[in-house]
Design a protein. Structure first.
Length: 363
């Protein structure tokens, strides 16, 4: 290992090797919620598709607004449907279209998108695909210096937060960051959420590209969470949570990054914020499952069967088929599904088998 890589290993290891007790507790809570979510996920393909579509819209709207775009979620949805919006700048439309497509790509293809520099630059290229002003530099590391600032109401930088990595060191620092993170993932050296948090805060400190770093950091957050088994990110938008807590987001970044290259290098402020966002995201996803209406988890035919049983309380399969017009084999499949959901129980056996409703149709 080179001296430079050895120094990076010592620095990054030091940041996350001995997390404070409350961080350990947060990690355990998130993993517990993730387990509950995975075991409770029983939505129909139609419901899953609908929910993922909703998250694509809210994530795109939030992530681009954090960076100064002005489109609402409703307007983002119109863009997704291919409907033109003329009252906003071309820039807003370009950013939204790029984010929609790159996030869709991550949701669909994350198993085939490992953490590599080539993947990062490819995602950056996709992100700025429609942005004409970025034609020269998209997909390539910065050639000139940039800074991180907070935008004012006019969309201009109102306050410089911290200086980023000089352009001539960017390729080297990105190579080191990706190498260390990949190696730590492969060897299971640290909890995956600690690795993701360190990657994101360091990526934002480097600010490897001339534009799109903030948006790309959130795309990469989704990618790394999905590759680490946190599937709930497709059902609740973390970008929306960050947008709502934007002041905290910038504060946590600044408080951590201003310690970099000092004797008291720490990412604890960022870790606290990042993990609290993931916990909120996981909790919302779980509550969605718990509060979800039965209608959202059933196919149309299953719903017909359930509604009939709800109205009569108890019935034989033949009676259900006759009353609903649903064919017998589909009635049987629907009843098995309803039993699995603990909404219905079987009474008796053979020809005398009947099915009884256990609970009301409610959220």
């Amino acid at each position: 290992m080179s001296k430079s890589m050895n120094d990076i290993t010592q620095k990054f290891d030091h940041r996350i090797k001995s997390p404070e007790p409350h961080i350990v507790s947060l990690l355990a809570e998130i993993d517990g919620i993730r387990g509950e979510f995975k075991s409770g996920l029983r939505m129909t393909p139609q419901a899953i598709t609908s929910l993922k579509r909703s998250v694509l819209i809210t994530s795109t709207g939030a992530s681009t607004r954090i960076e100064g775009a002005k489109l609402t979620d409703e307007e983002v949805e119109k863009i997704m449907q291919g409907l033109a919006i003329s009252k906003f700048s071309d820039r807003d439309l370009q950013e939204v279209q790029g984010y929609l497509e790159v996030l869709q790509n991550v949701f669909d293809s994350f198993p085939t998108l490992p953490l590599r520099e080539s993947v990062i630059t490819s995602l950056h290229n996709q992100l700025l695909k429609y942005s004409h002003k970025d034609d020269r530099h998209r997909g390539g590391y910065k050639k000139k210096e940039n800074t991180v600032g907070v935008l004012g109401p006019d969309g201009k930088v109102a306050k410089i937060m911290f200086e980023t990595t000089p352009a001539f060191l960017t390729a080297k620092e990105m190579q080191e960051l990706v190498h260390w993170t990949m190696d730590a993932f492969e060897k299971n050296r640290f909890h995956p959420l600690l690795l993701i948090a360190n990657f994101v805060v360091e990526f934002l400190k480097i600010h490897a590209f001339e534009d799109g770093n903030g948006r790309l950091s959130r795309v990469l957050t989704n990618l790394l969470l999905l590759r680490s088994g946190y599937q709930f990110v497709q059902y609740v938008s973390h970008e929306q949570i960050v947008e709502r807590r934007k002041d905290e987001y910038y504060w946590a970044l600044r408080k951590s990054q201003e310690t970099f290259n000092t004797d008291h290098d720490t990412i604890v402020p960022w870790l606290n914020f990042f993990l609290s966002v993931i916990k909120e995201q996981a909790t919302k996803a779980l509550s969605y499952l718990q509060d979800e209406k039965v209608e959202d988890t059933l196919s149309p035919k299953q719903l017909e069967v359930w509604k009939y049983l709800s109205s009569v309380g108890e019935a034989a399969p033949g009676d259900i088929a006759k009353a609903t017009g649903v064919v017998g084999v589909t009635v049987s499949q629907a009843l098995e599904r309803l039993i699995g959901l603990k909404l219905v129980k079987r009474i008796g056996r053979g020809r005398g088998t009947r099915y009884m409703k256990l609970q009301n149709l409610s959220g």
